[in-house]
Design a protein around this ligand. Structure first.
Ligand SMILES: NC(=O)c1ccc[n+]([C@@H]2O[C@H](COP(=O)([O-])OP(=O)(O)OC[C@H]3O[C@@H](n4cnc5c(N)ncnc54)[C@H](O)[C@@H]3O)[C@@H](O)[C@H]2O)c1
Length: 389
């Protein structure tokens, strides 16, 4: 942990301490962002969420930063305190969302309300009160690549023009309305358009972040140990759960989808640059990902199995993966984006940011955390369930 020191922006100017209203501060990204803000800056955080477990370590009284973080347990759906907190701040960061693929089919209305309807007042309050907004969107707004519509062995599939996802060039291609998977991407795209229009018509100062699979410690939950009593987390936690329990990893539709993974701590550096360099970040949409860390989901499963064996000292399973259909795993209406490689031109030019951590390194750190945090709890949960049968 480094001491909070006065900070310089990319143009060599002192950064004045800000009051940041962070909505969704208790989630995966919020917890890492709060840590860095408390440990390495002098900014103040008004942290809003319905949960605080992941930032509890920062909220304990008597710490060097205690006067700079205030937790407000509120649901932004229906709480009149929200506008007041936004008025007290210099900058609003909105992370709050339902953002788990398993929910997009099974809870499409909640997904749309959370990602569009609940975000709308936040945008309006920022616009009406002249507050800067950093809004978290998603790389899912790109949908499918243009190349995915070509025959499987077509040479143009290898041409970056047909797969690279660029903020200012790529189209957003979603599947049919019956494929409810796209409810999330479509709601996120519409709120992006509202934010962009508020900027164009009413002068809202905004930055939109499109994360490309940020992963690391504290992502989601391990079913049966923490988190909600029902629900399916994102792929990192699903695979971690299988590994911790010594079960084969479930590969949806053969695990052929391609993804790029970036280490959460690298990605948080990018958000910090956006926070502290408004003149370079305002009015921009930024891809934040690591194009060098591309794998198919099957390759991710193999790599995680191999690394977990090293971390835990356990032998490799005889059958490390099993196939499952998306209908069985996610329910009716599932569909997927084929490949997600971020174009990094804009973020590199505006903020000079580049990711650093390789996939094996970030998985090693993350699986070490998962093993230390959950292995004993899982052992106890398994023996309890055996005893009760
Ligand atoms: N992690 C990634 O790789 C990734 C990828 C694409 C997009 N995103 C976007 O980044 C943002 C943060 O993602 P995350 O991974 O930290 O997710 P997360 O689920 O861990 O965090 C979201 C937080 O928002 C809170 N929240 C949701 N609705 C709320 C409400 N009505 N009132 C108050 N709090 C509420 C939740 O309790 C949760 O703590 C989301 O908008 C998500 O769509 C993340």
């Amino acid at each position: 942990m480094t001491e909070a020191t006065s900070r310089l922006d990319l143009d060599g100017n002192n950064v004045s301490p800000l009051t940041i209203c962070m909505i969704g501060a208790g989630g995966f990204i919020g917890s890492h962002l709060c840590e860095k803000l408390m440990w390495e800056s002098e900014h103040t955080v008004l942290a809003i969420d319905v949960y605080s477990d992941k930032i509890q370590h920062l909220l304990e009284p008597g710490q060097a930063w205690s006067s700079r973080i205030e937790f407000h347990r509120l649901n932004i759906k229906n709480d009149p305190r929200l506008e007041g907190l936004i008025k007290l701040s210099d900058l609003v960061i909105n992370l709050a969302a339902i953002c788990t693929p398993a929910d997009y089919n099974t809870r499409p209305l909640d997904t749309i309300y959370s990602n569009f309807t609940d975000a709308l007042p936040v945008v309006r309050y920022c616009s009406d009160n002249g507050k800067r907004l950093i809004h978290f969107s998603t790389c899912e707004v790109y949908g499918k690549t243009v190349g995915s519509f070509l025959p499987k062995d077509h040479p143009l599939r290898q041409d970056p023009d047909f797969y690279l996802l660029s903020e200012d060039k790529s189209p957003c291609i979603f599947g049919p309305v019956e494929k409810q998977r796209w409810s999330y991407a479509c709601a996120k795209q519409l709120i992006e358009r509202v934010i962009y229009a508020e900027g164009a018509e009413n002068g809202l100062e905004f930055t939109i972040v499109r994360p490309f699979n940020w992963i690391g410690p504290r992502m989601d939950f391990i079913p049966g140990v923490d988190g909600p009593s029902e629900g399916v987390p994102r792929v990192l936690a699903c695979f971690s759960n299988n590994l911790l329990r010594g079960e084969p990893l479930k590969l949806v539709d053969g695990g052929v989808s391609q993804r790029t993974f970036v280490y959460i701590k690298d990605a948080i550096e990018a958000v910090f640059l956006m926070i502290e360099n408004p003149s370079r970040a305002n009015g921009h949409i930024f891809n934040v990902g690591n194009p060098n860390n591309e794998v198919t989901v099957r390759e991710l499963a193999d790599l995680m199995s191999e690394i977990y064996c090293k971390v835990s000292g356990r032998p490799m399973l005889e059958v490390p993966t099993i196939d499952i259909s998306s209908k069985e795993f996610y329910g009716e209406g599932y569909d997927d984006s084929d490949k997600r490689i971020p174009d990094m031109t804009i973020i590199k030019k505006q903020l000079g940011w580049e990711p650093r951590t390789s996939l094996p390194d970030l998985l090693h750190t993350t699986l070490t955390y998962q093993h230390r945090t959950y292995a004993n709890a899982i052992k106890q949960a398994i023996s309890k369930s055996i005893a009760s049968h």
